[in-house]
Each structure stands twice: as structure tokens, then as C-alpha cells.
Design a binder for this molecule. Structure first.
Ligand code: ING
Length: 305
């Protein structure tokens, strides 16, 4: 596989998706961002978590038929045919998140589509935030624990022409373990999407820190693991719920090298150099020598059991 170490990548941020907006309309917006990416010579494009619909865990949905409209039993290739065609024609790798039903089991999922137009990677969200039961005191719900099953694919990495890629989804990005497990497998670029409300009902004191916490966890992880992080938000005022933007591309040095300026549909573009990963991993955090896994296992054991 002729790996490229230097190429252009993008976070394709989406603005609000109204509950009434058809998936076809959202896909047309995604296609516009992909066309813009093509014109800018971009080879890796990252779309947000659950990017085909409004962030439906915000609602307590009792009608199973209505809830089912948010899920896909297969990757919606026919719905996204124009995007897949462009991916094949322009040799672009994309990732996007959607709600998956696998033999009826619901997952918060993301996939990679490579330049052949094939699905070459899948990840299912492991860290599911929020709650299971309807909580009337909340201004909006966050029912991911109700609507999704904990991911059962681990944190896999995928060898592509653009390096060894790995995915996580939204709340996963707040947990250092996510990145370390990927880094120990040689992951060079982590791609992720998120839907993050500005208001966190259980800790409103943190509301003014949401944008800071968003970047803090990813910048620290990028540096500590010598990885690129490409993070794509679903942003803006979505059915009266404010979602933070801040889509960005973070280098293994921990620097934000590109960031969204709006909370609307916006392509955030930067040059990726995979050699930056090696610089960190060989000189700062020497994974070959300094990592002591048995100690970590012992610490987890005494802490958790
Ligand atoms: N959303 C939020 C996230 O992790 C959240 C949930 C917000 C958790 C703020 C903690 C603090 O960004 C999703 N979809 O995980």
C-alpha cells in the first residue's frame, strides 16, 4: 500500500439539522462540503457523529416506528450515491457517523469509505453518555443510553493509503484511554464527530467551559499519543438546543492547526504530515521503551476491583 505521509485533510462541520429536515437534504449539504473539499485537493474528509439527522437522543421518543426512522439497517449507500461516486472519482477517504441497527441491535456508529467506494472500517461508540429513563426536569434529554448499545468492536485501526486511521465518537474523545488504545496499535490519525450541547444540565457551572473542554481533551491526547486528531462537530442552534462548534484539526504537537469560525456547514482544512507522529513517539513519548503496560493493568485492577 503506497502510504502517503503528507496530504490535505478536512473536518466537514455541519450546522443544525432540524427534526423536519429530510436525510436527502442533509446528504445534499454533505455533498456540497465534499465538492468543496475536492476543489481544495482534500484526500480525507471527516463528517460528524449521527450526521444524517437531528441529534435525536435529545427527545423521549415513545413511538417505535418514529424512533426507527432515525436508524439505518445498512450503510445508506443509495441515499449517499452521489457522495460515494465523488469519493471513487476523486480518490477521497471519508468518515461519517450514523445510527445503525445491526439485526435490530442499535449502535451509534461511524464508518470509513475509501477511494474505491467500499466501506473499509466501522466503529461503534463505546462511551455512551446521558441517561436511560425520561428525566422531565431536563430542558432537553440525552438518551444515548436508551437508544444505543455499547460498542462491541473495540477501538480498531485501519491501514489506508493515508496512514493508519482510527475512529472514536463524541464522548469517547473525553477519555484518555480511547487514544492510548489506538496509539498502541500504531494509529496515526484519529477521526471523530460530535454533538455537544452548550448546556450540560448536571453541571451548568461548566457551560462556559464547553468549548475549552472540547479542545483540551483532544489536544492533550494528540500530544500524549503523537497522533493527529480531526474532529467534526454538528453545530449551532438545533431545535432550540445550542450545540458547540469548534471543529478542528490538531497536530501531534497538540496544536490546533485549523478550526471552524462558524457553527454552520463549514469545511476546516489543514495539511497533515504523518512524520509529526514519529517525531513525538521517538523523542518525547517513546512508546517502544517508556510504556509499561503491566503497570497500567495493575493500576486499573487495584482501582476498579
Ligand atoms: N455528547 C456530549 C459529549 O461528550 C457530554 C455529552 C457533553 C458529556 C458535555 C459531558 C459533557 O460531547 C455526546 N453525544 O457524547
Amino acid at each position: 500500500m503506497n502510504n502517503k505521509s503528507k496530504y490535505t485533510a478536512a473536518a466537514a462541520q455541519l450546522g443544525p439539522i432540524d427534526p423536519s429536515e429530510p436525510k436527502e437534504s442533509v446528504v445534499a449539504r454533505m455533498l456540497n462540503l465534499l465538492i468543496e473539499a475536492k476543489t481544495k485537493g482534500t484526500e480525507l474528509v471527516v463528517f460528524p457523529e449521527l450526521c444524517l439527522t437531528t441529534f435525536f437522543p435529545r427527545y423521549y421518543i415513545t413511538d417505535p416506528a418514529n424512533l426507527d426512522t432515525y436508524y439505518e439497517s445498512e450503510v445508506p449507500i443509495s441515499l449517499m450515491s452521489d457522495m460515494f461516486e465523488l469519493v471513487r472519482k476523486e480518490k477521497i477517504i471519508i468518515s461519517f457517523g450514523y445510527a445503525e441497527r445491526d439485526n435490530g441491535i442499535p449502535f451509534n456508529t461511524s464508518v470509513y469509505v475509501d477511494s474505491s467506494g467500499n466501506i473499509v472500517g466501522k466503529y461503534r461508540k463505546i462511551h455512551l453518555p446521558g441517561h436511560y429513563e425520561y428525566e422531565p426536569d431536563r430542558p432537553f434529554q440525552h438518551l444515548e443510553k436508551r437508544y444505543f448499545t455499547k460498542g462491541n468492536l473495540g477501538f480498531p485501526t485501519f491501514d489506508t493509503t493515508l496512514g493508519r486511521l482510527g475512529m472514536c465518537i463524541c464522548n469517547d474523545r473525553r477519555w484518555p484511554e480511547t487514544y492510548r488504545v489506538l496509539a498502541l496499535q500504531g494509529c496515526e490519525v484519529v477521526t471523530l464527530g460530535y454533538n455537544t450541547p452548550k448546556h450540560y444540565p448536571l453541571a451548568p457551572e461548566h457551560d462556559h467551559l464547553q468549548e475549552f473542554h472540547n479542545h483540551l481533551c483532544m489536544q492533550a491526547a494528540a500530544y500524549a499519543n503523537g497522533m493527529w486528531v480531526i474532529a467534526s462537530a454538528k453545530a449551532g442552534l438545533e431545535d432550540n438546543c445550542e450545540l458547540i462548534g469548534g471543529s478542528c484539526i490538531i497536530s501531534p504537537r497538540g496544536e490546533i492547526v485549523a478550526e471552524a469560525n462558524t457553527t454552520m456547514d463549514e469545511l476546516v482544512v489543514a495539511q497533515i504530515d504523518l512524520n509529526e507522529c514519529t517525531l513525538i513517539r521517538e523523542n518525547i513519548f517513546d512508546f517502544n521503551f517508556d510504556i509499561y503496560i503491566p503497570l497500567y493493568i495493575y493500576i486499573y485492577y487495584i482501582f476498579f476491583y
